[in-house]
Write a protein that binds this ligand. Sequence first.
Ligand SMILES: [Fe+2]
Length: 408
Amino acid sequence: MNRREFLQSTAVAAASGYVLLHMRAAHADLPKRPYLTWQNDPCTTMTVTFQTATAPKGVVVHYDTEPRGGEAGRHSFHAAGATTRVGGLADGRSVNTAELAGLRPGTRHYFVFEDETGRASSEYCFDTIPDDGRPVTFVIGGDMGAGPRMRKLTDLAARQDPLFCVVGGDIHYENGDIREFQAVDDWLNMMAESLVGKGGRIVPMVLAIGNHEVSKDVAESEPGERRAPFYYGFYPQGGKSHFSRRFGPNLAIVCLDSEHIVPVEAQTEWLKNTLQSYADVPFVCPVYHVPMYPAHREFAGNVSMKERSLWQPLFEKHHVRVCFENHDHLFKRTKPLLNSEENPDGIVYLGDGCFGRDPREVNEGNRWYLEKASQTAHFWTVTAEKGGITCVATDEDGNEIDRWSKSL
Ligand SMILES: [Fe+2]
């Protein structure tokens, strides 16, 4: 290559680099794959969200219980949805959502959506939750953020072939900052590449809120959608930061907001009614970000104290067996606790949110309530069935570091 050819090739490379950079600025790295949440019954519904740079003509998802390839016309069922935009998001992308309803429980479903040009996307699949009492297995952890440690843990979590994944807050560490969309896109893309079920099945997500979903620069008087724009804008879950879902006859998940948008006391009446409504469910599992029984932060923390005073008596009255706590970035299992004392019939608190973040030291202090704790990144795999629940903690090297079960 002579100097002239070299200069020409450099100019072409620079120009294509400019185009690439320009495109990235215009469209960012949109999530490459649709993702799944729930707004209603996980046995019979699924909410599909896919993002596009510009609004599609219509939001349409075609689905069936048999694979139909990329031919939208061969799918038996069709769901229309809607496009929304997240206020202030510079690339103006479209967040397109459709809820599929009337689905058969415990069944694989296949779907395509119509892209911006009206063409069918690749075909994807998911499983609805069984309603016949079969064991239900899910993975749970908190405090993630797309990074190498998250990737190791989500790769391992995928091997459990979980029916769904619960995140107990501090999902992508964008801090509710609308300019930090790349952190959100990176997390969604890492989940899409890593936490995949057998046969390429998309694993639906249940997302509780944490402090890193919320902007400190937006006034508390503003609506949640402004304070936590990605949490509300990207993940249709019914529009609230506290909600519950029932996963068949034996399991319910109750996501609570440990005072990031909604005060602890403002959820108490709702929590009481929710727990009453699940009187026939053997395992009702609360999930919230700030721990009642922390292993790193102080026991006398304001939110921890309020939760113990207002939520814990309701958990105990309604026979909760296990709670999932986060925020402190380490591994812990408490003793069974009743009325803040050790009691074999008490509740076990598992945590503390280390599904990607660097683990912190156990802060020794007076931790009378801890059975086990260590500076270990991990996630929990939980299997619930009629007669019992089993929770297994796996570290980032794939070792089982804890196993706790409760039989009824
Ligand atoms: Fe946190």
